[in-house]
Design a protein around this ligand. Sequence first.
Ligand SMILES: Nc1nc2c(ncn2[C@@H]2O[C@H](COP(=O)(O)OP(=O)(O)OP(=O)(O)O)[C@@H](O)[C@H]2O)c(=O)[nH]1
Length: 713
Amino acid sequence: MKSQTSSWDYARWSVGIGLLIMGVGLLLIGWSDLNNVMALWWMLPLMSVCAFAAASCRDWARHAAALSRCNAEADARHDMRRALAEQAARSQVEQQQAGKFAALEQLEHAIRVSQIVIWQVDTIRQEILFDGVHVGASDYLPEKRTYQGNGWFERLHPEDRPGVIERFADFLKGRTATFEHEYRIPDERGHWRWIISRGFVVERTANGHVTLAAGSHIDIHLRKQAQLTLHQERSLFDVGPVAVIRYVLDDTRRIDFASKNVAKLWRYPRNWTVVGKSTSDMVPEEDLAVTRPAIMKALSEGRNGVERQVRLRMGDGSLQWFLMRGVFEHEEGKVFLRAYLISIADHKAVEVQAHQHRARLEQLIAQLNDAQADGVTLQDSSDLLNTAANYEEAFKVVRQAASRLFPLWHGSLSATRDDGSLWQVGQWGEPPPLAETFRLDQCWGLRRGRAHSYMGNGMHLCCEHLHAPLGFKLLPYLCLPMAANGETVGALHLFAAEELSTQELAEVESRAERFAETLKMALSNLRLRNSLSDRATRDGLTGLYNRRLLDQRLPIEITRCAQQQMPVSLAMIDIDHFKRFNDTWGHEAGDLVLQTVGHLLMDKTRVYDLAFRYGGEELVLVMPGCRLDDALIKLDQIRHDIEALSLSFRAEALPTVTVSMGVAETTGGSPETLLRRADEALYQAKRLGRNRVHAAEARQNKASEAHMEGSQA
Ligand SMILES: Nc1nc2c(ncn2[C@@H]2O[C@H](COP(=O)(O)OP(=O)(O)OP(=O)(O)O)[C@@H](O)[C@H]2O)c(=O)[nH]1
């Protein structure tokens, strides 16, 4: 300390002051008085004492001053300390207060940020005070609001309000220790938001009734929405349209999980379960063959899942389309497929419908194109038919046009004869066995005067001119009558090569009617022309072709058949003992016999065969394409039929009429030789006893033919 004085200082001060007093004493008494020098010796302690005293006095003074200063300083320090203490105390209070304020601010901030609303209920005042950030969607507004009475509850969602009121009443009446409930309140925009409200008791009466309670609201909207969505999704899988199954991707394909709704959705009994079954039990084999490789491919490519359309077997046995979204799950070294399945039956039905519409449209376009092509074909056919000289030419045109118009159909053309019956002009493809001649009433189309369609399903009548053998499966066919100028001129017959629908048959019928329309005028013209020509070519008594026509036609038929490597057989027919008959029964009766035999010949022979009156009672039958053996059989039948005739003239029975026949065959030989050989054979038949058929032998034929042709040359 600077103010402290050491005893050494006192000593220094004492010596100094003593020396000073002694000097002053010497000056006063003078150096001359050395007697008094001794006196100085005693003055020394005195001076020292004086100096000491002086020094002490100075120290005392200094001490006193220092003490005084110290006291003052001490007082000052005390004051300062007190002031500092007071200051510190004040600061502490201030700090405490400041801390409190900061904490409150932080709390308030935290409340605002966390969207917590603090509430306080005063049951005595019947009011609820809210403090904090009002729950809102985006623009939060600080709110300090008091609701009186039920003002707050009226803001709640109507569905939640009764529950909240009930629970809050329980809480206020002390029935529950705390209040906790989730409900909806409106936000600033009027949208409902979920909150959770929790409360606790602050004060209560002696009987337990709450007088003051406090609590908080916390916005749980997002969580609640997520909860609701999850719940909805879960219920979707349990009662909704999506079925969930899981099965192991090994050879068993065993299903180990299924949602509750599977039985209902798949139309199985309520207690039925798919768990434990294999996917093979549910999916048809052909679908499995495609779906399984697709699933395994997706797995091998490391995908998370797979999406397929599959058909599942329903409880009622039907197959229904489903969209399957599968997710792979790996568990305990096994791979499972969790499949979410939703019916796409409606979608598929629409798809099928759309496909049908598209197909129908394409069909219509095709029909339009076909119709245009048909129009061209019909026009061409019409032109050609009008120039056809005879039925054969007409038939060629018809066959060609029909093959183009009805490529998958076989057919036949019939024409009307003078007696009203019909004969087959020709046929193409492979129609069922048909009568070569038939009556008009044997065809339903001709009978009714309109197209007759036969579906082969037992619903339609089959025409009699079809001679389908027993067990023959008759496919759909059409008969289209053709009438012109008030008379039937013929019929077009079309036979399907395969089963077809009613719709398809109707379409062909419509087209065939147009074809028949074109055809009928040509047939009518042809018939008229033929009738005029018949008068020049037919024998007036018998109706058979005359010899002039035989001379024209025989070479044509031989050449035509030879081109197709076919023979022509020719029969010369002569009525036995006709002279005698005439002589006995008269010439008119003889005419009747000739006429009857002529008609029988026309009736009993094919349409291709040509019967001529060669001269007198001699008739000739030309059978193109007919071998000698077949001709013999046919001729013998005719001979028999003639013999079986029972004729009467003027109510008088005529005797049995018999004929003799000689037949020869040629392939490309001359007409004259053929006629001659047939005549020779006839001669033989007469010679052998009549009423018989005699054939020129094949070898002899050849030799004789060669010889005769050689001699003619
Ligand atoms: N009624 C009728 N008789 C005819 C006609 N044309 C020919 N005749 C007769 O037919 C007869 C032919 O007789 P013949 O050639 O002698 O032969 P046949 O009496 O039939 O004796 P065979 O032929 O040997 O069995 C003659 O009496 C002719 O008058 C005809 O148009 N009408």
